[in-house]
Design a binder for this molecule. Structure first.
Ligand code: GFB
Length: 320
């Protein structure tokens, strides 16, 4: 990818979108288009078409669409599904019409069947029912992948789909009810510490396992794939190890400095029992995650401490 090519990150305020813009800037991409106030509302077809016709991005990273943790998925399946379907269909079509040279679409690991063999290899996609708590959102992500594949087949568009592991990092939604497990627990552990609570409540049994990827690593993986991968098959964007939610809760409590007891509340759902990606294809191309999990948690907490008053508090919910 030429460093002076026009690059558009659709969803520049999402967790992966923000990290991508930082990585692209660090890699000296000089012509990022549609940044900040210039970003069109990609759920609006006409605004998206007009933006693409004027800005003519050569490379597109499609990170747009609302997302959230298990709580948000259960409360707002319509908003999550609809927003992602609209954003994806609009951006893919506008990119096709504007002759975008290459596009990477970010799907989600929750589009895999709930009980697929682990680690999740892309061949398992579509082989069984999805986890019910996130089925609406995950179906939109699955459809996005299929639509990319359809544009590839029918129009020869160089659209590639990546399936990321559970991402976390600065600029996340730190809402106690709406966020993913790491930002939600950071908020709850921090509030519990400040109030001097005796216990921190963690949803579910603590036994599910997730593979986490630090947002900066995910952004690096996206750029790496855009520059090095041209296959028809989608590609998993992971490369870390899976961790139990109980271990995540202990690590968060430690980083935040919460010294009380951790209590698991099984009245909340566990969701999928295990989600770990088979990222061998990415590894074989030479890509490696760099972040250390604990250090990345500490960096994320540090960001939360400095920004929580203005940002990161229930983004997804507010936007809905
Ligand atoms: O992060 P999370 O919502 O992602 O939950 P999913 C992961 C696990 O952490 C589940 C447990 O077993 C939760 O029950 N957990 C414990 C908590 N405490 C909390 C908490 O305070 N908040 C949250 N959110 N979880 C999401 C999907 O599922 O994964 C989305 O719902 C999306 O659609 C995302 O795809 C990547 O992996 O369970």
């Amino acid at each position: 990818m030429k460093r002076d090519a026009r690059v558009f990150v659709a969803g520049g305020t999402t967790l992966p979108g923000r990290a991508l813009i930082d990585v692209l800037r660090a890699e000296r991409f000089t012509r990022l288009v549609g940044i900040g106030a210039d970003e069109p509302d990609v759920t609006d077809a006409a605004a998206t078409e007009a933006f693409f016709a004027a800005a003519r991005p050569e490379y597109v990273f499609l990170c747009a669409g609302k997302s959230g943790g298990i709580g948000l998925n259960r409360a707002y399946p319509v908003e999550l599904m609809r927003d992602n379907l609209l954003a994806t269909t609009n951006v893919l079509h506008a990119a096709h019409r504007a002759g975008t040279a290459r596009l990477l679409y970010l799907a989600s690991s929750c589009a895999y069947p709930k009980h697929a063999p682990q680690p999740l290899a892309v061949g398992a996609l579509g082989t069984g029912p999805m986890e019910p708590t996130s089925e609406a959102y995950a179906t939109a992500k699955f459809a996005g992948w299929k639509l990319c594949a359809a544009y590839r087949r029918e129009y020869g568009c160089r659209f590639v789909t990546g399936f990321p592991a559970n991402a976390f990092g600065p600029h996340d939604d730190f809402g106690a009810d709406s966020g993913h497990v790491i930002p939600a627990l950071i908020r709850r552990a921090h509030d519990a510490k400040v109030r001097g609570d005796a216990e921190l409540v963690v949803w579910g049994t603590g036994t599910p396992r997730r593979e986490f990827v630090y947002a900066r690593d995910l952004a690096r993986a996206c750029l790496f794939v855009a520059e090095n991968y041209e296959g028809d098959a989608p590609i998993n964007l992971g490369g870390g190890t899976d961790v139990s939610i109980a271990d995540v809760a202990s690590a968060v409590a430690d980083v935040v400095g919460f010294r009380g007891r951790i209590r698991f509340d099984a009245a909340h759902p566990d969701g999928a029992p295990l989600k770990a990606l088979d990222s061998a294809p990415l590894r074989e191309m030479g890509w490696r995650a760099e972040a250390d999990f604990r250090a990345a948690l500490a960096e994320t907490y540090d960001w939360f401490l400095h920004h929580r008053a203005t940002e990161g508090t229930g983004h997804a919910r507010r936007a809905i």
